[in-house]
Design a protein around this ligand. Structure first.
Ligand code: ARG
Length: 461
């Protein structure tokens, strides 16, 4: 039997393999709510414009409501031979209300329909992600406030560089996530135009009101060019790009959690709620959640580049290639959501080992820059010369295997005779972080102020 939605000029039905490669219902059923909302807006507009009768429109709306509750109640039978969510809904509507159902598809096509549905879906997803990222920022800012004065080693090249505070380090991620939210918000603003009414590709001869459907669906305006309306998937690409960048941030944080919870550093503890055991080694406490957050970016970056490859070289307007926009995006966006939730859980769960952090912060001559700065400030040395003098003092201390503050004044003076006792005041890690008061620096009072600023901005201060 040929397809009852479009089979007028067909004599036989499709080959089984044709049906299998063609069908998207297996995944696009996820768009059911958006599809029904789009159809309701379209039918109401058709009636308001006198294109279909009021009683047909009422039947259509009631039938669509029934279908919505059937799907939500799990009682809807999706059929692969009906290809996709659009034809599954329309076919069921015909069963429910009869011939009025056939009027719904006036002045539209599945091409503008799917573009509209997917924009709505991506928009909803962005809104959920935004709320979730804000929650993660809150968890980080609260932990940062609690640890504004907790000194830890700051790294460059993963080598101990200068002491920082744990709060400062956490707030770095709050900044990144703020930019992630900004990128998603930008994508949302650009996607919020309604393709419905572009029809197959050229627009329609019916006197439709695209502004009415756009506003009924919460769009800012209709899209301006019918060809672009049905062939554009920038909104998915932009959202996936923003999602991939966000996932990259989460992956970096996750890697730090892995390093900090390793017995090699022991800087951080995760409770039983966020660790797993080993089936053979009874002593193990593995940070599996962090490792999976570190890894899952692969799916998201993959979905982005996958869709970019699908769109590349596609002539205008719609082509079935574009049906390949969905599975990767669905997976990527729900993966990101899981990554954010797991990261927020770990942040709320984690406790730093304050003593170990402080000890690690002082190792590796991390206050050498403080010594050099003192030579500049107090003795008036040019920085380059101070750097050189400090290097020689560090070499002296390293030769004796002692930290800087364990050298005697006489030993320091053997390198630079003008050094005084006062220098020992800047060599502790606490003094070091307290002195970093430049805007954006790690001084605990800065960190406290920044954490409070964020909490206030997030509405939790
Ligand atoms: N399932 C299709 C998709 O996801 C809907 C649009 C199909 N349009 C068409 N003319 N075959 O892209």
């Amino acid at each position: 039997m040929s397809n009852k939605m479009w089979g007028g000029r067909f004599e036989t039905g499709p080959d089984a393999i044709m049906e299998e490669i063609n069908a998207s219902i297996g995944f696009d059923q996820r768009l059911y709510a958006q599809d029904i909302a789009g159809s309701k807006a379209h039918a109401a507009m058709l009636a308001a414009q006198g294109i279909i009768g009021t009683s047909d429109a009422e039947k259509i709306a009631a039938g669509l409501d029934t279908i919505l509750s059937e799907i939500e109640g799990g009682g809807f039978a999706f059929r692969r031979e009906l290809e996709d969510i659009h034809m599954n809904v329309e076919s069921r509507l015909a069963t429910l209300i009869g011939s009025s159902a056939g009027r719904l598809h006036t002045a539209r096509s599945r091409n503008d329909q799917v573009a509209t549905d997917f924009r709505l879906y991506v928009r909803d997803t962005i809104d959920t992600l935004d709320t979730q990222i804000a929650d993660l920022q809150q968890a980080l800012a609260e932990k940062a406030l609690a640890h504004a004065g907790t000194v830890m080693p700051g790294f460059t090249h993963l080598q101990t560089a200068q002491p920082v505070t744990f709060g400062h380090h956490l707030l770095a991620y709050v900044e990144m996530l703020g930019r992630d939210r900004g990128r998603l918000k930008d994508a949302r603003a650009r996607l919020n135009e309604c393709p419905l009414g572009a029809a197959a590709l050229a627009g329609t001869s019916f006197p439709i009101d695209r502004f009415a459907t756009a506003s009924a669906l919460g769009f800012d305006r209709p899209t301006a060019n019918s060809l672009d309306s049905v062939s554009d998937r920038d909104f998915v690409l932009e959202t996936l790009a923003a999602a991939a960048i966000c996932a990259m941030h989460l992956s970096r944080f996750a890697e730090e959690v892995v390093i900090w919870t390793s017995p090699l550093t022991g800087l951080l503890k995760l409770s039983d709620r966020f660790t797993t055991g080993s089936s053979i080694m009874p002593q193990k406490r593995n940070p599996d959640a962090a490792e999976l957050v570190r890894a899952k970016i692969g799916r998201i970056a993959g979905a982005f580049s996958g869709l970019l490859m699908v769109m590349k070289g596609l002539a205008l307007a719609y082509a079935k290639d574009m049906q390949e926009d969905k599975e990767g995006a669905f997976d990527a966006l729900s993966t990101l959501s899981l990554m954010i939730a797991a990261t927020a859980g770990m942040v709320r769960d984690m406790e730093p080992d304050v003593a170990k952090m402080k000890a690690a912060a002082g190792s590796g001559y991390s206050t050498a820059t403080d010594l050099a700065d003192w030579l500049v400030r107090v003795l008036g040395l040019p920085f380059r010369e101070a750097h050189h003098v400090t290097g020689r003092i560090v070499a002296l201390a390293a030769g004796k295997s002692v930290p800087l503050h364990r050298l005697s004044l006489a030993e320091m003076q053997s390198v630079e005779p003008r050094i005084t006792q006062e220098v020992f005041g800047v060599l502790s890690v606490s003094k070091s972080v307290a002195s970093r008061v430049s805007y954006g620096g790690t001084a605990p009072k800065n960190v406290r102020a920044q954490a409070k600023r964020w909490l206030k901005k997030l509405g939790k201060g």
